[in-house]
Design a protein around this ligand. Structure first.
Ligand code: PLP
Length: 386
Protein backbone atom coordinates (compact mmCIF):
# COMPACT_ATOMS: atom_id res chain seq x y z
CA UNK A 1 0.00 0.00 0.00
CA UNK A 2 1.40 3.39 -1.02
CA UNK A 3 0.85 5.11 2.31
CA UNK A 4 1.87 8.70 2.99
CA UNK A 5 1.57 8.56 6.76
CA UNK A 6 4.25 7.99 9.38
CA UNK A 7 3.79 6.11 12.65
CA UNK A 8 4.22 7.44 16.17
CA UNK A 9 4.63 4.01 17.72
CA UNK A 10 8.42 3.72 17.98
CA UNK A 11 10.39 0.60 18.75
CA UNK A 12 12.45 0.30 21.91
CA UNK A 13 10.16 2.53 23.95
CA UNK A 14 8.49 1.47 27.18
CA UNK A 15 4.96 0.21 26.68
CA UNK A 16 3.44 3.06 28.75
CA UNK A 17 5.00 5.50 26.27
CA UNK A 18 3.88 3.50 23.24
CA UNK A 19 0.33 3.50 24.62
CA UNK A 20 0.17 7.27 24.99
CA UNK A 21 1.80 7.79 21.60
CA UNK A 22 -0.75 5.57 19.83
CA UNK A 23 -1.65 7.35 16.60
CA UNK A 24 0.46 10.44 17.33
CA UNK A 25 2.36 11.57 14.19
CA UNK A 26 0.27 9.23 12.04
CA UNK A 27 -1.15 12.09 9.99
CA UNK A 28 2.03 13.81 8.87
CA UNK A 29 0.11 15.79 6.21
CA UNK A 30 -1.70 17.95 8.77
CA UNK A 31 0.18 17.20 11.99
CA UNK A 32 -3.09 16.29 13.71
CA UNK A 33 -2.11 14.93 17.15
CA UNK A 34 -5.39 13.04 17.42
CA UNK A 35 -5.81 10.81 14.36
CA UNK A 36 -8.63 12.21 12.20
CA UNK A 37 -11.77 10.13 11.85
CA UNK A 38 -11.84 9.30 8.15
CA UNK A 39 -15.58 8.77 7.97
CA UNK A 40 -15.49 7.76 4.32
CA UNK A 41 -16.66 4.51 2.78
CA UNK A 42 -14.68 5.02 -0.41
CA UNK A 43 -11.68 6.98 -1.72
CA UNK A 44 -11.29 8.68 -5.11
CA UNK A 45 -8.75 7.26 -7.55
CA UNK A 46 -6.35 9.91 -8.94
CA UNK A 47 -6.42 8.18 -12.36
CA UNK A 48 -7.27 4.77 -13.83
CA UNK A 49 -4.98 2.19 -12.22
CA UNK A 50 -3.81 4.69 -9.60
CA UNK A 51 -4.68 4.72 -5.90
CA UNK A 52 -3.99 6.98 -2.92
CA UNK A 53 -3.37 3.76 -1.03
CA UNK A 54 -7.02 3.66 0.03
CA UNK A 55 -9.79 2.43 -2.23
CA UNK A 56 -12.79 1.11 -0.33
CA UNK A 57 -13.03 1.26 3.46
CA UNK A 58 -13.57 -2.45 4.04
CA UNK A 59 -10.14 -3.01 2.47
CA UNK A 60 -8.48 -0.19 4.39
CA UNK A 61 -9.35 3.02 6.21
CA UNK A 62 -6.69 5.43 7.56
CA UNK A 63 -8.21 5.67 11.07
CA UNK A 64 -8.45 1.90 11.34
CA UNK A 65 -4.93 1.60 9.98
CA UNK A 66 -3.55 3.99 12.61
CA UNK A 67 -5.17 1.83 15.27
CA UNK A 68 -3.86 -1.40 13.76
CA UNK A 69 -0.32 -0.01 13.62
CA UNK A 70 -0.58 1.08 17.25
CA UNK A 71 -1.86 -2.34 18.35
CA UNK A 72 0.92 -4.13 16.45
CA UNK A 73 3.55 -1.94 18.12
CA UNK A 74 2.13 -2.77 21.57
CA UNK A 75 2.32 -6.52 21.04
CA UNK A 76 5.66 -6.24 19.26
CA UNK A 77 4.62 -7.56 15.85
CA UNK A 78 4.01 -6.32 12.31
CA UNK A 79 0.38 -7.23 11.80
CA UNK A 80 -2.82 -6.32 13.61
CA UNK A 81 -6.39 -6.59 12.35
CA UNK A 82 -9.19 -4.60 13.96
CA UNK A 83 -12.69 -6.06 14.02
CA UNK A 84 -16.15 -4.92 15.03
CA UNK A 85 -16.14 -7.03 18.21
CA UNK A 86 -14.05 -9.55 20.09
CA UNK A 87 -16.24 -12.34 18.74
CA UNK A 88 -15.66 -11.12 15.17
CA UNK A 89 -11.92 -11.32 15.88
CA UNK A 90 -12.22 -14.87 17.23
CA UNK A 91 -14.39 -15.80 14.23
CA UNK A 92 -11.67 -14.48 11.89
CA UNK A 93 -9.17 -16.80 13.57
CA UNK A 94 -11.62 -19.71 13.22
CA UNK A 95 -11.85 -18.98 9.48
CA UNK A 96 -8.19 -20.04 9.22
CA UNK A 97 -9.40 -23.62 9.72
CA UNK A 98 -11.24 -26.09 7.51
CA UNK A 99 -13.97 -28.70 7.73
CA UNK A 100 -12.63 -31.71 9.60
CA UNK A 101 -10.08 -29.74 11.62
CA UNK A 102 -9.96 -30.29 15.36
CA UNK A 103 -9.23 -27.58 17.92
CA UNK A 104 -8.37 -27.62 21.60
CA UNK A 105 -9.92 -24.89 23.74
CA UNK A 106 -9.17 -24.04 27.33
CA UNK A 107 -12.16 -25.34 29.30
CA UNK A 108 -12.47 -22.25 31.49
CA UNK A 109 -13.00 -19.62 28.80
CA UNK A 110 -15.43 -16.89 27.82
CA UNK A 111 -18.86 -18.47 27.29
CA UNK A 112 -19.31 -16.67 23.96
CA UNK A 113 -16.34 -18.52 22.47
CA UNK A 114 -17.93 -21.77 23.57
CA UNK A 115 -21.24 -20.63 22.01
CA UNK A 116 -19.56 -19.73 18.69
CA UNK A 117 -18.13 -23.21 18.45
CA UNK A 118 -21.16 -25.10 19.71
CA UNK A 119 -23.90 -23.20 17.88
CA UNK A 120 -22.19 -21.99 14.73
CA UNK A 121 -18.90 -23.58 13.75
CA UNK A 122 -19.91 -27.14 14.56
CA UNK A 123 -22.24 -26.84 11.54
CA UNK A 124 -19.16 -26.42 9.35
CA UNK A 125 -17.47 -29.57 10.64
CA UNK A 126 -14.98 -28.04 13.06
CA UNK A 127 -14.64 -30.07 16.25
CA UNK A 128 -13.30 -29.02 19.61
CA UNK A 129 -12.06 -30.62 22.82
CA UNK A 130 -12.19 -28.61 26.02
CA UNK A 131 -9.12 -29.11 28.17
CA UNK A 132 -7.59 -27.69 31.33
CA UNK A 133 -4.70 -25.87 29.65
CA UNK A 134 -2.95 -25.40 33.01
CA UNK A 135 -2.25 -29.15 32.71
CA UNK A 136 0.32 -29.59 29.92
CA UNK A 137 -0.07 -33.37 29.87
CA UNK A 138 -3.83 -32.95 29.33
CA UNK A 139 -3.17 -30.62 26.39
CA UNK A 140 -0.65 -33.06 24.89
CA UNK A 141 -3.00 -36.01 25.16
CA UNK A 142 -5.87 -34.09 23.52
CA UNK A 143 -3.84 -33.55 20.32
CA UNK A 144 -4.96 -35.72 17.42
CA UNK A 145 -3.65 -35.91 13.83
CA UNK A 146 -6.46 -33.46 12.91
CA UNK A 147 -5.68 -30.90 15.62
CA UNK A 148 -4.74 -27.50 14.20
CA UNK A 149 -4.65 -25.17 17.21
CA UNK A 150 -4.93 -24.62 20.94
CA UNK A 151 -6.89 -21.56 22.06
CA UNK A 152 -6.51 -20.48 25.68
CA UNK A 153 -7.18 -17.64 28.08
CA UNK A 154 -4.80 -16.92 30.94
CA UNK A 155 -5.87 -15.94 33.53
CA UNK A 156 -8.91 -18.03 32.65
CA UNK A 157 -12.44 -16.79 32.90
CA UNK A 158 -14.05 -16.81 35.48
CA UNK A 159 -11.73 -19.00 37.57
CA UNK A 160 -8.58 -16.93 36.90
CA UNK A 161 -6.31 -19.97 36.56
CA UNK A 162 -2.88 -19.45 35.02
CA UNK A 163 -1.61 -21.36 31.98
CA UNK A 164 2.09 -21.29 31.14
CA UNK A 165 1.94 -19.79 27.64
CA UNK A 166 5.57 -20.58 26.72
CA UNK A 167 5.15 -24.24 27.73
CA UNK A 168 1.94 -24.68 25.68
CA UNK A 169 3.48 -22.82 22.73
CA UNK A 170 6.57 -25.07 22.82
CA UNK A 171 4.36 -28.16 22.86
CA UNK A 172 2.27 -26.81 19.98
CA UNK A 173 5.34 -26.01 17.93
CA UNK A 174 6.56 -29.56 18.40
CA UNK A 175 3.17 -30.89 17.29
CA UNK A 176 3.06 -28.36 14.39
CA UNK A 177 -0.14 -26.72 15.57
CA UNK A 178 -0.94 -23.09 16.35
CA UNK A 179 -1.13 -21.45 19.77
CA UNK A 180 -3.82 -18.80 20.06
CA UNK A 181 -4.09 -16.70 23.22
CA UNK A 182 -7.12 -14.61 24.10
CA UNK A 183 -5.23 -11.89 26.00
CA UNK A 184 -8.30 -9.76 26.80
CA UNK A 185 -7.91 -9.85 30.58
CA UNK A 186 -4.21 -8.96 30.58
CA UNK A 187 -3.71 -6.63 27.58
CA UNK A 188 -0.23 -6.09 26.10
CA UNK A 189 0.52 -3.84 29.06
CA UNK A 190 0.70 -6.88 31.36
CA UNK A 191 1.37 -9.84 29.05
CA UNK A 192 2.66 -10.24 25.49
CA UNK A 193 1.94 -13.82 24.33
CA UNK A 194 3.67 -13.47 20.94
CA UNK A 195 6.97 -12.90 22.74
CA UNK A 196 6.32 -16.17 24.64
CA UNK A 197 5.90 -18.16 21.42
CA UNK A 198 2.18 -17.83 20.66
CA UNK A 199 1.26 -17.58 16.98
CA UNK A 200 -1.87 -15.47 17.33
CA UNK A 201 -3.28 -13.13 19.95
CA UNK A 202 -6.92 -12.09 20.08
CA UNK A 203 -8.57 -9.33 22.08
CA UNK A 204 -11.99 -8.23 22.97
CA UNK A 205 -10.92 -4.58 22.79
CA UNK A 206 -14.36 -3.79 24.19
CA UNK A 207 -12.75 -4.45 27.57
CA UNK A 208 -9.49 -2.96 28.92
CA UNK A 209 -8.09 -1.69 25.60
CA UNK A 210 -11.10 0.58 25.05
CA UNK A 211 -11.58 0.90 28.78
CA UNK A 212 -14.71 3.06 28.97
CA UNK A 213 -17.63 0.70 28.29
CA UNK A 214 -18.48 2.78 25.23
CA UNK A 215 -17.57 0.62 22.23
CA UNK A 216 -17.42 -2.92 20.90
CA UNK A 217 -14.18 -3.89 19.20
CA UNK A 218 -11.82 -6.80 18.65
CA UNK A 219 -8.35 -7.44 17.31
CA UNK A 220 -6.14 -10.26 16.04
CA UNK A 221 -2.35 -9.97 16.03
CA UNK A 222 0.39 -12.12 14.59
CA UNK A 223 4.10 -12.01 13.83
CA UNK A 224 3.74 -14.77 11.23
CA UNK A 225 3.65 -13.34 7.67
CA UNK A 226 1.74 -16.34 6.28
CA UNK A 227 -0.99 -16.02 8.89
CA UNK A 228 -1.03 -12.26 8.35
CA UNK A 229 -1.64 -12.77 4.62
CA UNK A 230 -4.49 -15.18 5.34
CA UNK A 231 -6.01 -12.83 7.91
CA UNK A 232 -5.81 -9.93 5.45
CA UNK A 233 -7.94 -11.90 3.01
CA UNK A 234 -10.32 -13.04 5.78
CA UNK A 235 -10.76 -9.50 7.11
CA UNK A 236 -11.29 -7.94 3.71
CA UNK A 237 -13.46 -10.71 2.28
CA UNK A 238 -15.68 -11.40 5.27
CA UNK A 239 -15.98 -7.75 6.28
CA UNK A 240 -16.63 -7.32 10.04
CA UNK A 241 -14.13 -4.45 10.19
CA UNK A 242 -14.01 -1.84 12.92
CA UNK A 243 -15.76 1.41 11.93
CA UNK A 244 -13.64 4.60 11.81
CA UNK A 245 -15.32 6.29 14.76
CA UNK A 246 -14.89 3.20 16.94
CA UNK A 247 -11.27 2.89 15.80
CA UNK A 248 -10.76 6.47 16.99
CA UNK A 249 -12.47 5.81 20.34
CA UNK A 250 -10.24 2.79 20.81
CA UNK A 251 -7.11 4.80 19.97
CA UNK A 252 -8.18 7.35 22.57
CA UNK A 253 -8.80 4.61 25.13
CA UNK A 254 -5.38 3.03 24.55
CA UNK A 255 -3.59 6.20 25.60
CA UNK A 256 -4.63 5.79 29.24
CA UNK A 257 -4.39 2.00 29.50
CA UNK A 258 -1.26 2.01 31.68
CA UNK A 259 -2.65 4.44 34.27
CA UNK A 260 -6.06 2.81 34.24
CA UNK A 261 -4.65 -0.68 34.66
CA UNK A 262 -2.26 0.40 37.43
CA UNK A 263 -5.15 1.88 39.41
CA UNK A 264 -7.52 -1.01 38.64
CA UNK A 265 -4.94 -3.54 39.82
CA UNK A 266 -4.29 -1.59 43.01
CA UNK A 267 -8.02 -1.53 43.74
CA UNK A 268 -8.43 -5.21 42.88
CA UNK A 269 -5.60 -6.21 45.21
CA UNK A 270 -7.12 -4.13 48.01
CA UNK A 271 -10.59 -5.63 47.54
CA UNK A 272 -9.31 -9.22 47.11
CA UNK A 273 -7.40 -9.04 50.40
CA UNK A 274 -10.40 -7.52 52.19
CA UNK A 275 -12.96 -9.94 50.69
CA UNK A 276 -10.79 -12.87 51.63
CA UNK A 277 -11.30 -11.99 55.29
CA UNK A 278 -15.04 -11.26 55.04
CA UNK A 279 -17.29 -13.65 56.97
CA UNK A 280 -19.81 -13.93 54.09
CA UNK A 281 -17.13 -14.93 51.56
CA UNK A 282 -16.09 -18.54 51.08
CA UNK A 283 -13.03 -17.91 48.88
CA UNK A 284 -11.54 -15.34 46.52
CA UNK A 285 -9.92 -16.09 43.18
CA UNK A 286 -7.38 -13.43 42.24
CA UNK A 287 -3.89 -13.95 40.77
CA UNK A 288 -2.55 -11.17 43.03
CA UNK A 289 -3.16 -13.37 46.10
CA UNK A 290 -0.45 -15.78 44.92
CA UNK A 291 3.05 -15.48 43.58
CA UNK A 292 2.73 -14.06 40.06
CA UNK A 293 3.67 -16.17 37.07
CA UNK A 294 6.75 -14.50 35.53
CA UNK A 295 5.03 -14.31 32.12
CA UNK A 296 2.82 -11.46 33.41
CA UNK A 297 3.80 -8.01 34.65
CA UNK A 298 0.81 -7.84 37.00
CA UNK A 299 -2.22 -9.76 38.25
CA UNK A 300 -4.82 -7.76 36.32
CA UNK A 301 -8.01 -6.40 37.82
CA UNK A 302 -10.53 -9.23 37.52
CA UNK A 303 -11.46 -11.13 40.62
CA UNK A 304 -14.03 -13.81 41.33
CA UNK A 305 -15.41 -14.79 44.70
CA UNK A 306 -17.88 -17.25 46.09
CA UNK A 307 -20.28 -16.53 48.91
CA UNK A 308 -21.28 -19.00 51.59
CA UNK A 309 -24.97 -18.20 51.07
CA UNK A 310 -26.47 -18.81 47.60
CA UNK A 311 -29.47 -16.56 48.27
CA UNK A 312 -27.19 -13.66 49.19
CA UNK A 313 -25.26 -14.17 45.93
CA UNK A 314 -28.50 -13.79 43.94
CA UNK A 315 -29.52 -10.67 45.82
CA UNK A 316 -26.12 -9.01 46.28
CA UNK A 317 -26.45 -7.02 43.05
CA UNK A 318 -29.60 -5.22 44.14
CA UNK A 319 -27.81 -3.95 47.26
CA UNK A 320 -24.97 -2.31 45.34
CA UNK A 321 -25.07 1.42 44.67
CA UNK A 322 -21.70 2.08 42.98
CA UNK A 323 -20.76 -1.23 41.38
CA UNK A 324 -23.05 -1.84 38.40
CA UNK A 325 -24.63 -5.23 37.77
CA UNK A 326 -23.78 -5.54 34.09
CA UNK A 327 -22.15 -7.97 31.73
CA UNK A 328 -18.70 -6.86 30.64
CA UNK A 329 -15.33 -6.05 32.15
CA UNK A 330 -12.27 -3.89 31.90
CA UNK A 331 -13.83 -0.43 31.92
CA UNK A 332 -13.16 2.40 34.36
CA UNK A 333 -16.51 1.71 36.06
CA UNK A 334 -16.65 -1.32 38.37
CA UNK A 335 -19.03 -4.03 37.17
CA UNK A 336 -20.24 -7.21 38.80
CA UNK A 337 -21.53 -10.25 36.91
CA UNK A 338 -23.17 -13.49 37.81
CA UNK A 339 -21.37 -15.96 35.46
CA UNK A 340 -23.80 -18.81 36.13
CA UNK A 341 -26.72 -16.92 34.58
CA UNK A 342 -24.86 -14.46 32.35
CA UNK A 343 -21.44 -14.85 30.69
CA UNK A 344 -21.34 -18.64 31.07
CA UNK A 345 -25.06 -19.43 30.92
CA UNK A 346 -24.68 -21.44 27.70
CA UNK A 347 -22.19 -23.93 29.07
CA UNK A 348 -23.72 -27.35 29.73
CA UNK A 349 -24.79 -27.77 33.37
CA UNK A 350 -22.25 -30.53 34.04
CA UNK A 351 -19.40 -28.39 32.62
CA UNK A 352 -20.44 -25.48 34.81
CA UNK A 353 -20.49 -27.81 37.80
CA UNK A 354 -17.05 -29.21 37.02
CA UNK A 355 -15.61 -25.71 36.58
CA UNK A 356 -17.14 -24.41 39.79
CA UNK A 357 -19.42 -21.97 37.94
CA UNK A 358 -22.31 -22.24 40.38
CA UNK A 359 -24.96 -20.00 41.93
CA UNK A 360 -22.61 -18.68 44.62
CA UNK A 361 -19.89 -17.42 42.24
CA UNK A 362 -19.63 -13.72 41.40
CA UNK A 363 -17.14 -11.97 39.13
CA UNK A 364 -15.98 -8.46 39.76
CA UNK A 365 -14.33 -6.19 37.20
CA UNK A 366 -12.67 -3.61 39.39
CA UNK A 367 -12.69 -0.05 38.10
CA UNK A 368 -10.84 3.11 39.02
CA UNK A 369 -13.20 4.48 41.69
CA UNK A 370 -11.76 5.08 45.16
CA UNK A 371 -11.12 1.65 46.68
CA UNK A 372 -12.70 2.60 50.01
CA UNK A 373 -15.97 3.50 48.27
CA UNK A 374 -15.96 0.15 46.47
CA UNK A 375 -15.28 -1.62 49.74
CA UNK A 376 -18.11 0.25 51.49
CA UNK A 377 -20.47 -0.61 48.62
CA UNK A 378 -19.66 -4.32 48.89
CA UNK A 379 -19.77 -4.24 52.69
CA UNK A 380 -23.28 -2.74 52.62
CA UNK A 381 -24.52 -5.28 50.05
CA UNK A 382 -22.91 -8.26 51.81
CA UNK A 383 -24.51 -7.24 55.10
CA UNK A 384 -28.01 -6.66 53.72
CA UNK A 385 -30.96 -8.32 55.40
CA UNK A 386 -33.34 -10.29 53.21
C1 PLP B 1 -12.14 -13.05 27.26
C2 PLP B 1 -13.14 -12.59 26.24
N1 PLP B 1 -12.92 -12.86 24.94
C3 PLP B 1 -13.80 -12.47 23.99
C4 PLP B 1 -14.95 -11.79 24.31
C5 PLP B 1 -15.91 -11.37 23.22
O1 PLP B 1 -15.73 -10.01 22.97
P1 PLP B 1 -16.89 -9.03 22.44
O2 PLP B 1 -17.94 -8.98 23.50
O3 PLP B 1 -16.16 -7.73 22.23
O4 PLP B 1 -17.40 -9.60 21.17
C6 PLP B 1 -15.21 -11.48 25.64
C7 PLP B 1 -16.45 -10.77 26.00
O5 PLP B 1 -16.84 -10.68 27.16
C8 PLP B 1 -14.29 -11.90 26.64
O6 PLP B 1 -14.50 -11.63 27.95
Amino acid sequence: MNRKFGSGAGRGRKIATKLVQSGVKFDTDTGAVSVPIYQSATFAHPAPGKSTGYDYARMGNPTRQALEEALAALDGCESAFAFSSGMAAIMAVMLLFETGDHLIFGEDLYGGTYRLMDWVLSKFGLTVSYVDTTNLAAVASAVTPKTRAVLLETPSNPNLKITDIAAVAALCRKKRILTVVDNTLMTPYLQRPLSLGADLVVYSATKYLGGHNDLLAGAVLTANPRLADELTVIQQASGPVLAPHDAWLLLRGLKTLAVRMDRQQENAQYLAEWLQKHRAVEYVLYPGLHELHPQADGPGAMLSFTLRDGELAKHLMSGLEIITFAESLGGVESLITYPYLQTHADLPEETKKRLGIHERLLRLSVGIEHCEDLQADLERALGQKR
